[in-house]
Design a protein around this ligand. Structure first.
Ligand SMILES: NC(=O)c1ccc[n+]([C@@H]2O[C@H](COP(=O)([O-])OP(=O)(O)OC[C@H]3O[C@@H](n4cnc5c(N)ncnc54)[C@H](O)[C@@H]3O)[C@@H](O)[C@H]2O)c1
Length: 357
């Protein structure tokens, strides 16, 4: 369970706060009364969660700089003195990594290393959660569920860069943090959906834009099965994990954690589009387009038993509820509602279903 007293006035740094997941996490931290700062470059897309929810005002400090810039990152950490860091800043896309391989590596690998190297020197930091991905596993498409003990790898640059980020976090922890008061863990989640994501090449972005205007939707890789999950599900896991690392001095939580959806929610891209279309009451037609020649893995599944047993975390939203929450957010935005308040309501709704309010 989230301990509300624990989070009150905690100094928290979120890298990637201008992004989709970092934005939702910032709103959640604000509800909990944490003193939040952010470090990121500007939002990548024109429409984005950060601007639409107008969350700039909830940050104690809002740093805009590159995670590759060691000096700027250190200045931010020195000034904001975080006790807890959630590291989400990343180039998060497989397809973009084919076009910008070096920048992907620099951001995801060097960026993570910068953060860890700086964190070695500041005793006020007690808990660091490095957000990687389900794509860190060497995926031979054998349709098995990956456990935290499986081999890491990556046939595309994004996956490899996140696997490196995961490995280097573990190395930093074992080399420099074992006897310090700070703990580090890595968190691996699946394909997140939820309101406020306009990232290029993601099915959600294309679908929402098409369905809102009843336009045809072209679907690439319709049979690809993904572990979809509502963004609030893994974020709940990251929050519990950061709390446990902070409060347990014995480092038992300083390891890797899968936060995947239950198997029932693993559906194809085509089924995903059909359900979302119905939730948005759209008249759009679904057209299956030719497959992209740039490779993305077709099957990916996580085993989250460890997080269920040791953290008391569990993915519980059905695909129906996941896409209902998602559709309602975009529909509310079209109706020009106050999207900060609407996002807070959705977090409370989520906690109510989860019985943790
Ligand atoms: N969205 C998903 O389905 C998903 C799934 C698994 C893992 N992840 C991971 O979660 C994290 C957040 O992903 P997201 O979906 O919110 O992506 P996003 O693109 O919405 O957000 C990325 C954030 O990182 C920042 N950023 C990018 N490059 C940077 C740089 N060089 N320096 C500083 N900041 C930089 C962006 O400004 C943004 O704030 C990433 O680490 C991603 O790999 C996402």
């Amino acid at each position: 369970m989230i301990n509300k007293k624990f989070w009150k006035n905690k100094r928290v740094l979120i890298t990637g706060h201008t992004g989709f997941k970092g934005g939702w996490l910032s709103v959640w931290m604000n509800i909990l009364g944490a003193k939040i700062s952010g470090y990121s470059i500007n939002p990548i897309t024109k429409k984005n969660f950060f601007d639409i929810t107008k969350i700039k005002q909830i940050f104690h400090k809002d740093y805009r700089s590159n995670i590759q810039d060691y000096k700027d990152l250190e200045a931010c950490i020195k000034e904001t003195k975080p006790e807890i860091i959630f590291h989400l800043a990343a180039q998060p896309q497989v397809l973009v990594s084919y076009d910008n391989p070096l920048d992907t590596v620099a951001t995801n690998v060097i960026g993570t290393s910068n953060l860890l190297e700086i964190s070695r020197n500041y005793k006020f930091i007690k808990s660091i959660v490095i957000i990687t991905t389900d794509k860190v596993y060497q995926n031979d498409e054998r349709k098995v569920k990956f456990t935290e003990k499986d081999h890491l790898g990556g046939d595309d640059i994004y996956s490899a860069s996140k696997a490196c980020s995961d490995i280097i976090s573990n190395s930093y922890f074992k080399s420099f943090f074992q006897s310090s008061k700070c703990g580090i863990a890595t968190a691996r989640a699946g394909n997140c959906v939820g309101g406020g994501d306009w990232t290029k090449y993601r099915i959600l972005t294309d679908a929402v834009e098409a369905f809102a205007k009843d336009k045809d939707l072209k679907i690439r890789n319709p049979k690809t099965v993904r572990p979809w999950q509502h963004v609030l599900e893994p974020l709940y896991g990251y929050i519990i994990l950061a709390q446990k690392i902070y409060t347990n001095k014995n480092k038992r939580y300083c390891t890797s954690w899968n936060f995947g959806p239950s198997r029932k929610i693993n559906i194809s891209v085509l089924s995903f589009a059909k359900i979302l279309k119905s939730k948005m009451n759209s008249k759009s037609k679904l057209l299956v387009s030719k497959k992209t020649d740039k490779k993305e893995k077709k099957n990916l599944d996580l085993d989250s038993k460890k997080a269920i047993k040791d953290l008391g975390w569990k993915s519980f939203l059905s695909i129906n509820d996941t896409l209902k929450l998602t559709a309602e957010w975009y529909l509310a935005n079209i109706k020009k509602k106050n999207m900060y308040n609407f996002s807070v309501e959705q977090i409370n709704q989520f906690l109510k279903i989860k019985n943790d309010l």
